[in-house]
Write a protein that binds this ligand. Structure first.
Ligand code: BG6
Length: 285
């Protein structure tokens, strides 16, 4: 309970844990069995709704960024979600321990700005091996089709932005938000970072990895139904303009999102879309 907002703590058999807030359905913490925090949250984070907490895994829906008429990253991350008492079965992910199902339906006000009836079911599960699994199911309960974009805006905690490498995006095309969303092609090397980055890599493989040499660990990001990967770090100058973000904190975070942004998802009446993210961390040398 933080500021009167309910949080759910998931704990697996080995003592790893994850915290999920009803505000935004946002994961706020993911810890190893040794209690090491794997997600970044700003020391300046503001926990009062409606704005999302700066860190963890906010959900961008039904719009990513400012690619549309809605507020930045859509409204789902600002809403208070409810527990889904009776979630429909998910064949790929049997109900089990250390699991929570949340539900978001549009309010009357949401319908005024985005007139589409949907049911958004979010499952967050902490597996016995410590993997964090997020599954979004979005169903059109409208009489007509609608389209949306989506991202699990994941803030990874890293030792130092200058020391990490991001693998799996080599040679892909990307849209660069810093250059009017123009399309470029990535080179053949793993990504390293020395300035602001704000990109949508298109149609990546289903696995990318963040290698952190100093912390001797690698984040492995597996995704299904999420073709794109957003990469964001505000760097020094931009950081100073973000009120809920410390001036130096850009060094300790990297956002790598499983996303569907390049081509919006379209759902016909009655159709459902599923996007799945699986995060794990492995020791490296
Ligand atoms: C990124 C966007 O994914 O999210 C950036 O591409 C944006 O442009 C960043 O600045 C953070 O967004 P927000 O709304 O959470 O401050």
């Amino acid at each position: 309970d933080k500021n009167g907002i309910e949080q759910v703590i998931l704990r697996n058999v080995r003592g790893a844990s994850a915290t999920v807030s009803m505000h935004g359905g946002q994961v706020l913490s993911w810890k190893t069995e040794r209690g090491e925090e794997l997600l970044f949250t700003s020391t300046k984070a503001i926990y009062t709704p409606p704005k999302p907490v700066r860190g963890g895994i906010p959900i961008c829906f039904p719009q990513f960024g400012n690619r549309g008429t809605l507020e930045q990253h859509g409204f789902a991350r600002n809403k208070i979600w409810v527990i889904d008492q009776n979630p429909p079965p998910l064949s790929t992910d049997p109900n089990g321990k250390a699991c929570i199902d949340l539900l978001l339906k549009p309010s009357e006000d949401d319908m005024k700005i985005w007139p589409h009836s949907f049911e958004f079911r979010l499952r967050v599960r902490l597996a016995a091996d410590g993997h964090l699994i997020l599954i979004s199911r979005i169903r059109n309960v409208n009489g007509k089709p609608f389209s949306f974009s989506f991202a699990f805006h994941t803030y990874f905690s890293i030792s130092d932005i200058s020391e990490v490498r991001l693998e799996g995006l080599e040679t892909l095309d990307y849209l660069d938000n810093l250059y009017q969303k123009e399309r470029f092609t990535e080179q053949g090397d793993a990504l390293t970072f020395e300035s602001e980055v704000d990109r949508v890599y298109l149609d990546s493989s289903d696995m990318v990895a963040v290698l952190d040499h100093e912390k001797k660990r690698t984040f492995v990001i597996r995704k299904e139904g999420l073709p794109d990967v957003v990469v964001w770090n505000p760097w020094e100058k931009k950081s100073k303009s973000i009120v809920d973000f410390g001036d130096e904190e850009y060094k300790q975070m990297l956002c790598v999102d499983g996303a569907a942004v390049g081509k919006p998802i379209t759902l016909k009446p009655g159709e459902e879309w599923t996007g799945r993210l699986e995060l794990s961390v492995v020791p490296s040398t």
